[in-house]
Design a protein around this ligand. Structure first.
Ligand code: HXC
Length: 514
């Protein structure tokens, strides 16, 4: 027995080394951690149970028969994060560049299948040269097996991807189907075709980083939800994210213990909102005042910044925040912000995370650029997502709620459960100036002093319509609340709605405008 135990220990030791000391050094020299070092940083100490450590590839072509490394380029298994179970896989770049063989894919699929059965999140740490070239179509099949599982698991268990090295070709579509993508500045890249192919086909000269680096995907494409300077920060922040989301679609929103006997008066909110409705302010300041401990975990921070989305807690309960940002493009809704909002809302709805909407929106962005690129199609995604969502939904109109955007931003009409407004709210078909110039066009033109007439009509319009009380008279607003009351109103609303039950008509699936 002793010898057998020693043999196992030796085999384990070999497997733990992956591609060997030299390759590990080369990985470190590139500023990257190894697959196993990443797992240690990601999960609770001592909680990782590895499976399939001894799996090897089955290829004998291209001299691979004598290069069979235990684990075959991916470490898979189960662990705990903040004491909650998760499934994970971590690609090992030291073994054939982390490339995906048939056996490598089978390991990932096995982990995902188990995660689905148990109902726990899957975290993929990606660092791979793509399909194992020597295996040809077999490795392509392996990718397809993963894509299918990503799709079937979507909305059932949360799926999180970290890109910690190259992720090229069709390989990008597995992370793309998952719920959240994390990237590291300067060491991770995602692209469908690399710079060389780009040069051949479109004659563009572009670097790896410019084409598909973290900043590109965080700011321009919106592919990356989170970017950080180091891998360590990425792994820490995956742990944070896990703290806001449930294990699977059947669980309720994650709740932390909370003392309901405190004083929840909010001081200073009214000072953030300028008296002049055309002046911007930073919605983040309001978010910080509203959420428990002012803690906000922002998603897509650098993309479509005219809409803010992210997670926080209210009364201990995890909520998804969707807020217009008046300091960027006046908080207008455009194509990118609509798509960003819709995707976030659908994640929250799929996983029973209540929605808090903070509204200050002058409408949808005008212009040929937006129209020709499909603001109608993309804007409808946001509308559709809000309409479809059956989780608790609470809106606070902070200032502007104009036009179609009033309807879209979780109005009462599309099943907002509690719709509050601050006294500063302006709920109207359009902004006062535009409205007056249209409905009093002739009167202004015919008057002796058009500018003076315009100002007088504007004052009358603002007095009459730019307030929350007409909507409140109709019951479209449940209550007009003081800024100081906002937190207690929201704590009470979300507590009350905890057991809310609502549903949509039975169907195969919806047909969201894509
Ligand atoms: C087999 C691979 C590999 C691959 C890298 N390696 N990619 N082996 N299949 N796809 C091996 C290298 O031969 C090398 O082995 C080791 O991994 C490290 O690679 P390097 O090139 O030395 O590393 P680096 O300079 O950091 O460059 C990394 C890289 C580059 C940018 C990823 O290796 C690369 O361009 N690889 C090919 C990428 C690619 O085109 N993949 C196929 C994409 S198509 P040795 O033994 O020398 O250390 C695809 C289809 C998926 O993936 C379709 C799904 C639908």
């Amino acid at each position: 027995m002793k010898e057998k135990i020693e043999k196992l220990i030796k085999l384990r030791k070999e497997a733990m080394l992956g591609g060997g000391e030299e390759k590990i050094k080369s990985q470190h020299d590139k500023g990257k951690l190894t697959a196993r070092e990443r797992i240690v940083l990601l999960v609770d100490e001592g909680s990782f149970s590895e499976i399939d450590m001894f799996v090897k590839h089955r290829t004998n072509d291209f001299g691979l028969s004598n290069q069979k490394i235990a684990g075959d380029g991916v470490v898979t298994g189960f662990a705990r994060i903040n004491n909650r179970p998760v499934a994970l896989y971590s690609q090992d770049f030291t073994v054939f560049g982390g490339s995906l063989s048939e056996a490598h894919a089978e390991k990932i699929c096995k982990t995902m299948d188990m995660a689905l059965k148990i109902g726990i999140p899957v975290i993929g740490l990606n660092d791979s040269g793509g399909a194992r070239i020597q295996e040809g179509v077999v490795s392509l099949g392996g990718y397809a097996d993963i894509f299918l599982r990503n799709t079937l698991a979507s909305g059932v268990i949360p799926q999180i991807s970290a890109i910690l090295g190259p992720c090229a070709g069709g390989a990008v579509y597995s992370p793309a189907i998952t719920d959240f993508i994390f990237m590291v500045n300067n060491t991770s890249q995602m692209f469908v075709t690399g710079p060389n192919v780009v040069k051949t086909v479109t004659h563009e000269d572009v670097s790896f980083e410019d084409l598909g680096g973290a900043e590109t995907h965080a700011v321009k494409s919106g592919v990356a939800h989170f970017t950080f300077e180091t891998e360590i920060e990425v792994l820490e922040n995956i742990r944070k994210l896990i703290d806001y989301i449930p294990q699977n679609w059947k669980e309720k929103s994650f709740e932390k213990s909370f003392d309901f006997n405190g004083d929840f008066t909010v001081a200073g909110l009214e000072e953030i909102i300028p008296d002049n409705p055309n002046k911007p302010y930073d919605m983040n300041e309001i978010i910080n005042l509203i959420l428990d401990d002012g803690e906000f975990f922002e998603v897509h921070k650098n993309y479509a910044q005219n809409l803010i989305v992210g997670f926080g807690r209210i009364g201990g309960l995890s909520v998804g925040v969707v807020a217009n940002q008046p300091s960027v493009l006046a908080g207008v809704l455009d194509i990118n912000s609509s798509v960003k909002g819709a995707r976030f809302i659908r994640f929250c709805d799929a996983f029973n995370i209540p929605l808090l909407v903070l509204e200050d929106v002058p409408g949808f962005m005008p212009g040929t650029n937006q129209e020709w690129n499909g603001i109608i199609r993309h804007g409808s995604k946001l509308l559709f997502a809000f309409c479809e969502a059956t989780v608790p939904k609470v809106t606070v109109i902070i200032r502007k709620a104009y036009g179609g955007a009033y309807d879209v931003m979780n109005s009462k009409h599309i099943r907002g459960d509690f719709n509050f407004a601050l006294p500063s709210a302006e709920i109207a078909v359009m902004g006062p100036k535009g409205a007056v110039e249209i409905i009093f066009k002739r009167e202004i033109k015919d008057s002796k002093d058009p500018a003076d007439r315009l100002n007088k009509l504007l004052d009358e319009y603002i007095e009459k319509f730019a307030n929350p009380y007409i909507a409140a008279e109709r019951g479209f607003i449940d209550d007009v609340i003081l800024p100081s009351e906002i937190r207690i109103k929201l704590i009470n609303a979300f507590q009350l709605l905890k057991n809310k039950a609502d549903s949509n008509p039975r169907k195969k699936h919806c047909n969201i405008p894509l």
